[in-house]
Write a protein that binds this ligand. Structure first.
Ligand SMILES: [Zn+2]
Length: 71
């Protein structure tokens, strides 16, 4: 788990993930901006703005991946 700062509004939020890496879409709770994030070894590698359409696409891909992981 790590604390993320929104690149747009600087609002802090807690991000929990398994292991020490994460890759996927995020929505800022404060400004509702959409991002795709890559975290490796608890370090933020990239944080790119996303369109609503891309966000939904990535979310469904991620949901599918998580489903497979749990089986
Ligand atoms: Zn924000």
């Amino acid at each position: 788990m790590m604390t993320m700062k929104c690149p747009k509004c600087n609002a802090e939020s807690k991000l929990s993930f398994v292991g020490n890496s994460y890759e996927g879409p995020r929505r800022c709770w404060s400004c509702h901006e959409l991002f795709t994030m890559v975290i490796r070894n608890n370090l933020l590698i990239s944080c790119e703005p996303l369109s609503q359409e891309e966000f939904e696409k990535q979310q469904s891909v991620k949901a599918l991946q998580d489903k497979f992981k749990n089986q």
